[in-house]
Design a protein around this ligand. Structure first.
Ligand code: WT7
Length: 637
């Protein structure tokens, strides 16, 4: 691709141009994509409303960029390689031609089930090729997809469906995950008891788990495909979309309230994910690229589906987990398909490190040329192991920092081109203008400084709004620092000007690379009938990065052991197993200021076992509360 940067000097040049002439810079990059009609205006923005428009007037369909335009030059190239959960089941390969055909077919299924441009479709599927097909089929006809990660509970699905008024749900009978079978359809059935807007459910056969199919509502994926085949398998022209038409909604947690639906639009998102994929991973035409994320998260949207496919890459999709059948599974896959680029999360690296090198050494990893890391800060030990054991000391590591709201990678080295330092995301990509802010809202200039990370200029992949609640978008991201997008992360800029992300500065946890809002978990725990009040904080966890520590005030008569289990079950029901606290400590009181605010700082210190630095406790209503909590914490440690 002609926008691929191939030297550090070229990066510096591109960066300078992107700051000095952003419209010219992005306009030229956008020329590398297929537009049905060219834009009239590259950028129109203000960060106060906020109101952000990229490539206004441009008309396109992202699936023509991800599929059709590759057909003539490389129709037989694998677009998707799919590796199932069970290594003894056959893998599948879909060429670009085949993927396009399946997307068009399923687009007709959507139309036959009354889905039109602008309708919202909830997708709750395991990591199978049909998930990619469903996502792209929505985009083909202009329906807005809202993918929900398979680990979320019925209640979470219902909340997301209702927030977006989804008309259709696409799911499967079940999903394989290691030795487990997840009963996805049954979870959807539970969710739909609360959802009035859903008219149809399309059910894919995957596990042959018994399911209840409701007459008039539920249809089988395979039957619907047969109907299209009897119609003669017509092609499905791509719906013409405006650059700023919504492509998808993806829910993510914040420090308050329920998860919000981050809205990404079509043109800017396509340009940004394609550009960053090509540059960060320096993708070459014959390379096999393997991103281990789930499509239920933004990493999967941008760097399994849209980014790689818009660049004509071969994207490997893995259904299972890193430790099934054993801790060598990733390396087995790398060896089997001669993977050249591996993009995974620090939590996965740490969880595999502990099993020892024998699981790595069994396999030939010589195909690996480039490595990526995403989701949370990568500690030095994990970085070194990844570098030495997996990259054999020669594959560059791109530690990529970004967020659901960003659409694509913002700060990262370009593999093999930029310098790297363990635990540093290094330098902003072209078009990204980071800055550090102090508590008074002033920008901190110069190097060797720390502050709150903001971005002061728009980039094409950024969120446009939060679904159904623009005010919340404004409050959350654009109000803390005037005229800046606030990331919620703390950051250090080294003497050389390199960026190192130090973690969230708000009440958001990062557990195994999953974003979890403390308020959300507290609300779930407080639903338990014996719970009076609770407070959630994070603490350092050797594998998960952060663990969840819950302080709970419960009614006096409870049996702690069984209530602890009941609380875990409550959280699993209301959010999902990923939000289960690792530690629950029952307390009589929580440390509060005189105005009644919980002092989380103190609770965090106790959870971290940093008792020497508790700080000032004199402003507490009752300072003796702290001593009691410390004693309780010692007992469960
Ligand atoms: C938060 C965003 C889009 C990536 C997947 C997670 C943390 C992400 C890094 C990194 C340090 C990182 C930040 C960010 N984070 N990548 N390379 N180094 N921290 O997306 O669920 O929206 O979470 O993940 O704290 O704010 P997300």
């Amino acid at each position: 691709m002609s926008f691929q940067i191939n030297s550090f000097e070229a990066y510096q040049e591109a960066y300078k141009k992107s700051v000095d002439h952003p419209e010219q810079f992005w306009g030229e990059i956008a020329e590398n994509f297929f537009w049905k009609r060219k834009w009239t205006n590259v950028l129109n923005w203000n960060f106060t409303e906020p109101d952000i428009k990229w490539f206004e007037g441009g008309k396109l369909n992202i699936t023509e960029n991800c599929l059709d335009r590759h057909i003539y030059s490389q129709g037989d190239k694998p677009a998707i390689i799919w590796e199932p959960n069970d290594p003894n089941e056959a893998h599948r390969i879909l060429s670009y031609k085949q993927l396009l055909q399946k997307v068009e077919q399923f687009a007709h299924v959507l139309k036959n089930n009354n889905i039109r441009k602008g309708d919202r479709v909830c997708i709750y599927l395991p990591m199978v090729p049909e998930l990619v097909i469903a996502v792209l089929a929505c985009a083909r006809i202009g329906a807005i997809h809202s993918v929900v990660f398979g680990g979320f509970s019925a209640q979470s699905i219902a909340d997301r469906i209702n927030d977006a008024n989804c008309k259709l749900v696409i799911t499967s009978d079940g999903g394989f995950r290691g030795t487990k079978v997840l009963e996805l359809k049954s979870i959807v059935d539970d969710a739909l008891m609360q959802c009035k807007t859903v008219e149809k459910v399309i059910v894919l056969t995957r596990t042959r788990t018994p399911v209840s199919m409701i007459k008039g509502r539920d249809v089988w994926w395979e039957d619907e495909i047969k109907k299209v085949e009897t119609q003669g398998n017509p092609s499905c022209p791509a719906e013409e979309m405006d650059a700023e038409d919504t492509l998808f909604i993806l829910y993510t947690s914040g420090s308050t309230g329920k998860p919000k639906g981050v809205v990404h639009t079509t043109g800017g998102y396509m340009v940004y994910t394609g550009y960053t994929f090509s540059n960060v991973f320096q993708y070459q035409p014959d390379e096999v690229y393997f991103c281990t994320a789930d499509i239920g998260w933004i990493t999967g949207h941008s760097y399994i589906v849209y980014g790689p496919l818009s660049q004509g890459a071969t994207s490997l999709l893995f259904e299972g987990i890193p430790t099934f059948p054993d801790a060598g599974r990733f390396w087995d896959i790398v060896d089997k398909f001669k993977v050249n680029i591996l993009y995974t999360a620090p939590t996965a690296i740490r969880s595999l490190m502990v099993f020892g090198d024998e699981f790595v050494d069994k396999y030939d990893l010589s195909s690996i040329k480039k490595l990526g890391s995403v989701g949370e800060p990568i500690n030095e030990e994990a970085w070194q192991w990844y570098h030495d054991k997996i990259g054999k000391g020669k594959a560059p590591i791109a530690d990529t920092w970004w967020q659901t709201e960003n659409g694509g990678i913002l700060i990262a080295p370009m593999a093999g081109i930029s310098p790297t330092i363990p635990s540093y995301a290094m330098l902003p990509l072209p078009g990204v203008q980071p800055c550090l802010m102090d508590e008074n809202g002033q920008e901190i200039e110069g190097n060797d400084v720390s502050g709150n990370l903001c971005i002061k200029f728009p980039w094409p992949g950024m969120l446009r709004t939060t679904w159904g609640d623009h005010e919340r978008c404004k409050q959350t991201y654009f109000s803390t620092y005037e005229n800046n997008y606030f990331t919620g992360d703390g950051c250090y800029r080294s003497p050389e000007g390199y960026y190192r992300i130090t973690g969230r500065v708000d009440d958001v946890l990062n557990v195994s690379g999953h974003r979890i809002g403390t308020a959300e978990v507290e609300n779930a725990i407080n639903m338990h009938s014996d719970v009076v009040e609770s407070a959630i904080v994070g603490y350092p966890h050797p594998v998960k990065g952060q663990g969840i520590y819950a302080y709970v005030i419960a009614n006096h008569h409870i049996d702690e052991e069984s209530t602890r289990k009941d609380i875990l079950q409550t959280v699993t029901r209301l959010i999902g197993a990923i939000a289960k606290p690792d530690i629950i400590q029952f307390v009589n009181e929580l440390p509060k200021t005189r105005s009644g605010k919980i002092m989380r700082r103190i609770l965090r210190k106790i959870a971290e076992n940093e008792l020497s630095s508790l700080g000032d406790t004199s402003t507490l209503q009752d300072p003796t509360v702290v001593e009691a909590i410390i004693q309780g914490a010692e007992k469960i440690r």
